[in-house]
Design a protein. Structure first.
Length: 153
């Protein structure tokens, strides 16, 4: 099932978390949905139907409530993308035997990205969202780069 299939099949409604409990099968999440917001399909689907759920917490003014940790992670992801385009960061990686050396400017970014992925043990920067160890590794790399720059200045 593709991402577009999921989006086209999605039911959209607002709900309020009422309670959570646990039984032998897992977590039971109770949501209160206003009758005007409840999609008719939800009424006709069988009990036991399975759903993919995406939830976004809202603020009082109906805007997404972005958690501070998520803001920090997004900044880290952006920082990683910017650094991989920085020739000085590439030089730092090569000087510390983390990156593979080339004189081809078109290859530098790709080799830099590959080196960061190997160092952080990730396949994509999006893994920073769920992998705290990878985030720490990147922060260690970024801090090392900052120190390296100070020593060269």
């Amino acid at each position: 099932m593709g991402q577009n299939d999921v989006r086209q099949s999605a039911l959209h409604f607002e709900a309020v978390k009422v309670s959570m409990s646990q039984d032998k099968n897992g977590i039971i999440l109770r949501l209160n949905v206003h009758p005007n917001d409840c999609p008719k399909e939800l009424h006709t689907d069988w009990v036991g139907s399975r759903y993919i759920i995406a939830m976004v917490k809202l603020t009082d003014d109906d805007k997404p409530d972005v958690r501070p940790e998520q803001v920090m992670i997004q900044k880290l992801i952006s920082s990683c993308g910017l650094l991989c385009r920085n020739e000085e960061f590439y030089e730092y990686l090569c000087d510390n035997y983390i990156g593979e050396f080339t004189t081809d400017p078109d290859e530098m970014e790709r080799l830099c990205v590959d080196a960061v992925r190997r160092y952080c043990n990730i396949k994509s920067r999006s893994e920073f969202n769920s992998d705290a160890a990878a985030r720490r590794k990147f922060e260690e790399l970024r801090d090392g780069f900052a120190q390296w720059r100070k020593m060269r200045a």
